[in-house]
Design a protein around this ligand. Structure first.
Ligand SMILES: NC(=O)c1ccc[n+]([C@@H]2O[C@H](COP(=O)([O-])OP(=O)(O)OC[C@H]3O[C@@H](n4cnc5c(N)ncnc54)[C@H](O)[C@@H]3O)[C@@H](O)[C@H]2O)c1
Length: 255
C-alpha cells in the first residue's frame, strides 16, 4: 500500500461494479477520497462502504447532463474539489453487426459511452482546471483493432480514444492530463453478459483466456493498478496516452 493519491478527490463513473469498483477500491487504497457515480445506487453504496478512505455514492445516469451536473455539485459540496474524473461507466450490448443494430441501440451506446464524456467534462472542467487535474477514459482494445459482431460498441470505444487525444491537446494548457486505458477482456458482469449473448458461451470463455498472451483473462485489479498510476503524480508527464492493459491480446499473427 502507498499513498500515491493522497489528498486527491477522484470521481469514478460506473464504480458500483466491475472495473469501476476495482478502480474505486484501488484509488482509496492509495488514499484518495472517492466519489462513485452509478445508475445503480445499491451497488454504488456497497462500493463506497467497502472503501478504506472516505467515499460518496451518487445515483445518476451518465448520459443525462442534468444528473451529471448534480452529481458533480454533490462531490464538490462534500469534498470541496475534484482532482480526477474517471469516465468508466459503459454498456457493451448489443453484440451484432451494424446492419442488425437498431437506431435505439446505436443511440443508447453513443449516449452512455461517448456523450457521457462530454457531460462530465462540461460540468467538471472548472474544478479540474482549478486542481490541474486529470481525466481518464476506460476505452477498449477493440476501439483500436476492431471486433467481430460488435460494430456499434467498437465505434464508441474508437471515439473515446480520439476524444482522449483531442482533449489532451486542448487541456494541456490548463495542466489537465487526459489518458485512456484499453483493456482486452476483464471478468466483470458486463463480460459475463457478453458471453451469454454469444452462440457458444463455453467456447467463448476458453477463447477469452486464450487470447491474452499472458495466459488468462484477468479481473479488474490489473486495470485498477494501471489506472491509479495514470491518475497519480508518478504519471505527471504522461498525457494523450492510450495504454493497453491487455496481456498482449492484440499482438502478432498467431499460430
Ligand atoms: N469487461 C471487459 O472485458 C471490458 C473490456 C474493455 C473495456 N471495458 C469497458 O470498461 C468499462 C466498465 O466495464 P465493466 O466490464 O466493468 O462493466 P459492468 O457492466 O460490469 O459495470 C459497469 C458499471 O457501470 C454502471 N453503468 C452502466 N451504465 C451506466 C449509466 N448510463 N450511468 C451510470 N452508470 C452506469 C453499471 O451500473 C455498473 O455498475 C466500460 O466502459 C466497458 O466498455 C470492459
Amino acid at each position: 500500500m502507498s499513498d500515491d493519491l493522497a489528498g486527491k478527490v477522484v470521481l469514478v463513473t460506473g464504480g458500483g461494479n466491475g472495473i469501476g469498483r476495482e478502480c474505486a477500491i484501488a484509488y482509496a487504497r492509495e488514499k484518495a477520497m472517492v466519489a462513485i457515480l452509478d445508475r445503480d445506487i445499491t451497488t454504488a453504496t456497497r462500493t463506497a462502504a467497502d472503501l478504506s478512505s472516505p467515499g460518496l455514492a451518487v445515483q445518476g445516469d451518465v448520459s443525462n447532463g442534468e444528473a451529471v451536473k448534480q452529481a458533480i455539485a454533490r462531490v464538490l459540496e462534500k469534498f470541496g474539489r475534484i482532482d480526477a474524473v474517471h469516465n468508466n461507466a459503459g454498456i457493451a450490448s448489443p453484440s451484432k453487426p451494424l446492419h442488425e443494430t437498431t437506431e435505439e441501440e446505436w443511440d443508447n451506446l453513443q449516449r452512455i459511452n461517448v456523450k457521457s464524456v462530454y457531460w462530465t467534462t462540461y460540468h467538471a472542467f472548472e474544478a479540474l482546471s482549478a486542481s490541474k487535474g486529470a481525466i481518464l477514459n476506460t476505452a477498449s482494445m477493440v476501439g483500436i483493432i476492431g471486433q467481430q459482431d460488435h460494430a456499434a460498441y467498437v465505434a464508441t470505444k474508437g471515439a473515446m480514444i480520439s476524444l482522449t487525444k483531442a482533449m489532451a491537446v486542448d487541456y494541456a494548457r490548463y495542466s489537465i492530463r487526459v489518458n485512456a486505458i484499453c483493456p482486452a477482456g476483464v471478468w466483470t458482469p458486463m463480460l459475463e453478459h457478453w458471453c451469454e449473448e454469444q452462440q457458444n458461451p463455453e467456447s467463448i470463455r476458453k477463447y477469452l483466456n486464450d487470447i491474452h498472451l499472458l495466459g488468462y483473462c484477468p479481473r479488474g485489479d490489473v486495470i485498477a493498478d494501471a489506472a491509479a498510476f495514470l491518475l497519480s503524480d508518478k504519471a505527471r508527464f504522461i498525457t494523450g496516452c492510450i495504454l493497453p492493459v491487455s496481456g498482449g491480446a492484440e499482438l502478432g499473427y498467431r499460430r
